[in-house]
Design a protein around this ligand. Structure first.
Ligand code: HAM
Length: 455
């Protein structure tokens, strides 16, 4: 037998019976985002690798271990700094900033409020809630008028509003401030100072992180490292007075909007571009990969990527993780009408073996289908199906010869609200039966009036 091809590790098919849950998330998100005046932006799923290296940081885990390069596409633009090729986007903030600069958004408006929904790619070791292709709903507010504490509060509140509107409860919101670039440097110095005495007790990864990316030690999942981190005494001493004041105003604004939060001095983010306010929303049902979404301010990034020095803040929510927490929502398709034709009177003998799973249309099928098409019931059902769909009502029927019983079973499985039964005898009187599947009632309707009645 030919070997079957499976989907790549860390990816997933989103099957028809799961799609309603995805579409619900997307529709709810779009409505809420519009109310906050965010507009959708779509950027390519791959970009020059250099964009991510410069934005997320060469020492970040994402760049070090998770970038998925497109080895067959080497060409890069003339503006590329290094010839690093192209990569699938591990996140979208860098792409949005690239587009913001390229399209001179800052010349058009003082605050650009953008959102995106789409797939991201990270070559991670797959596990529950951690995929190689996953999807995010993300928001970025960028522009000369973006460095204002009320916008930080809006962004945080919006992420919580989205999650609660998806029906999620028991969310945990943690916030922290990294301060300016200089404050961040002070913070990493402070961390190294406190961790140095325990360096040999850290896990192998963290020992490397000590010089390369000391912040990552704070969210290491290793039990030994967690214990050491719990013993650290970190406050907000690394923050300048101005950064501390900014963070206080953010907290006050959150309180005005009644957004419950917890300040967590050990909260850091894995990507280099963050400054000032950072936050993460988690849910205990997710286990070790418990972040439903995260974000923060990234005031230096637009300038570092060649744009004007404008501030920015944003977040992204992981759609797979949201759906993992939500109880599995399998919504039946909303079919309005299913048409059943009465086969008993047709004298068909589409044999079971030929009807089971015919790969090819055989001469036998041709003969049997020809006979089926000759029956008034099938022909009328087929014509009516087309007419119903044309008046904007969803409808279906079984093209394959099937017993009345199995056609009714299919109607039920598809969640049809109404069933039209077309029988040879009824057709002689020019009527069909209309069955209301919810009420269980049935009435005779004139064939030429059925579309009117359905409407
Ligand atoms: P992030 O923390 O890397 O931030 O990802 C945001 C969310 O995406 C995570 O909290 C998680 O729900 C989901 N996520 C991340 N990686 C995976 C994965 N491998 N499998 C499944 N879900 C995953 C960012 O991406 C930033 N761009 C957020 C941001 C926007 N900051 C400012 N603006």
């Amino acid at each position: 037998m030919t070997k079957k091809i499976s989907l790549p590790r860390g990816t997933a098919d989103i099957l028809p019976d799961e799609i309603a849950a995805w579409q619900n998330l997307e529709t709810t998100a779009r409505t809420i985002l519009k109310n906050y005046r965010y507009q959708e932006i779509r950027t390519p799923v791959f970009e020059e690798t250099g964009l991510f290296v410069r934005s997320l940081g060469g020492a970040s885990d994402v760049v070090q271990k998770q970038m998925l390069n497109l080895s067959s596409m080497k060409e890069v633009s003339e503006t590329s700094l290094k010839n690093e090729g192209l990569s699938l986007r591990p996140e979208a903030t860098a792409s949005i900033v690239r587009s913001y600069i390229q399209n001179s958004f800052d010349k058009k408006e003082s605050l650009s409020k953008l959102y995106y929904i789409g797939p991201m790619f990270r070559g991670e070791r797959p596990q529950k809630g951690r995929l190689r292709q996953f999807h995010q709903i993300g928001v970025e507010a960028i522009g000369p008028n973006s460095s204002i504490p009320s916008l930080d509060a809006e962004i945080i509140a919006l992420s919580v509003h989205l999650l609660t509107s998806f029906g999620l409860k028991d969310l945990k919101l943690k916030i922290n401030s990294l301060g300016t670039k200089e404050d961040k440097e002070k913070f990493s110095g402070l961390l190294r100072e406190q961790l140095r005495k325990n360096i040999s007790s850290l896990c192998e990864d963290c020992q490397q992180r000590f010089d390369r990316n000391v912040f990552r030690i704070l969210d290491c999942k290793n039990e030994g490292c967690k214990k050491i981190v719990a013993g650290l005494s970190l406050g907000q001493t690394h923050l300048s007075k101005l950064s501390q004041d900014y963070f206080s105003e953010v907290k006050k604004a959150l309180e005005l909007w009644n957004v419950p939060y917890e300040v967590s001095p050990t909260l850091v983010r894995g990507l280099d571009y963050y400054t000032h306010t950072i936050f993460e929303i988690s849910h205990k049902a997710l286990g070790s990969q418990d972040a439903l979404g995260a974000g923060g301010r990234y005031n230096g990034l637009v300038g570092e990527l060649g744009g004007n020095n404008v501030g920015a803040i944003g977040f992204a929510l992981g759609m797979e993780r949201i759906l993992l927490v939500k109880s599995k929502e399998t919504v039946k398709s909303s079919l309005e009408v299913f048409i059943v034709y009465h086969k008993e009177s047709m004298g068909l003998n589409y044999t079971k073996s030929s009807a089971e799973s015919p790969q090819e249309y055989t001469a036998q099928h041709a003969k049997e289908f020809g006979a089926l098409m000759e029956t008034e019931a099938y022909k009328e059902a087929f014509v009516l199906l087309n007419n119903i769909r044309k008046i904007g009502i969803s409808a279906d029927m079984s093209y394959f010869p099937a017993s009345m019983k199995s056609q009714m079973r299919l109607a039920d499985k598809l969640g049809a609200k109404r069933v039209i039964i077309i029988g040879e005898n009824e057709l002689k009187e020019n009527v069909v039966m209309l069955k209301d599947m919810e009420k269980g009632t049935q009435e005779k309707i004139l064939l030429d009036k059925i579309c009117e009645v359905l409407k």
